[in-house]
Ligand binder design. Sequence first.
Ligand code: MN
Length: 423
Amino acid sequence: MSKASNPQLKSWVEVKPGSDFPIQNLPFGIFKTADTDARAGVAIGEYILDLAEIANAGLFNLSLPQKLTFSLPVLNGFIALGKPITNTVRKRVSDLLNAENAELRDNEELKAKALIKQSDAEMREPVLILNYTDFYSSKEHATNVGIMFRDPANALLPNWKHLPVGYHGRASSIVVSGTPINRPKGQTKADDAATPSFGPSKLLDFELEMGFITGKRTNLGTSISTAEAEDYIFGMVLFNDWSARDIQKWEYVPLGPFLAKNFGSTMSPWIITMEALEPFRVESPTQEPEVLPYLKFEGKKNFDINLEVEIIPENGKGKTVSRSNFKYMYWNMAQQLAHHTSNGCNIQVGDLYASGTISGPTPDSYGSMLEISWQGKNPIQMPDGTERKFILDNDTVVMKGYCEKDGVRIGFGECSGKILPAV
Ligand code: MN
């Protein structure tokens, strides 16, 4: 359905080299300014195109209810219109921003209203997330955690290569990039203590993940095949699944996805469409042993997306602590969705499905401090002379992601969060 984007396309909006948002990207988000309520926009260079203003000006060939979705404070209504409509809107935005097209380029009055500097806008959560699932689909990550907490000789549980392991997370505490998070408090027990105690987590960690947002619902009792799965995926974001390792270790062994996780997760504000990611498909890692028929798939279902994590101390210089890639995922999104619905579980528009920590094969590509510092045994040296085993108060963790090919860079913007002291 979707075609590879054209590297020759240029916009009349200035897009600086290295920008995440050239005309080939055109991701959707929700923004607010001092003058407007939260509404839908598309990122272009350092600007946002206000879709509500473009619709008001009559530049979209849409019905009134369809146009009204741009004035809502979440994208669920727009996404629910379905890919035939959302792709048509994205194509129309591409035409309106095309350097060759005078319609908007030469309309100074409309440009003044509809083109907003990103620095003058505040980004909001792009969707009302109805359900959040977190997978555990990086073999390198699951192996590292298995070695640390279980049995180095049998790091992966017997089921791991037969199904994409996951759990249901908490949607209410997912916040947009830039929202500070207080260090969680909780019940922990030191190895040498007889009884547990309650207080601020001492082992606060990030998890480098990506998430996909579904744009099409299913009925309870139906399943999605791997061949159909991508029709249900609207687009992707960066995702930090903050984790309190000391709370996690005590509350449930071996996987503790409850209070160790639900105090906050951070998502990036722009949803990069699957259509923009189309040119960056790559082969998946070989799956051995062979998977059951409902998990088999055809074609390139992994995506080459460079990922990095930086820790920035208060008033200090930052340090990049990880460089990973989404292409390492053992289980792809189509398999995750097929497995998730294989028992008849229904999905909704605006569900978020996170990948699980994305670790690469080498220590500088691990996706959590748990692995990077190997449980605190190998601290990271920071430029200011301090060291990090885990995340300290007033540290900001910034995740970035981008694809690059034929001179086109499709970026995800930032997924950033500052840790404030416990309250
Ligand atoms: Mn996770």
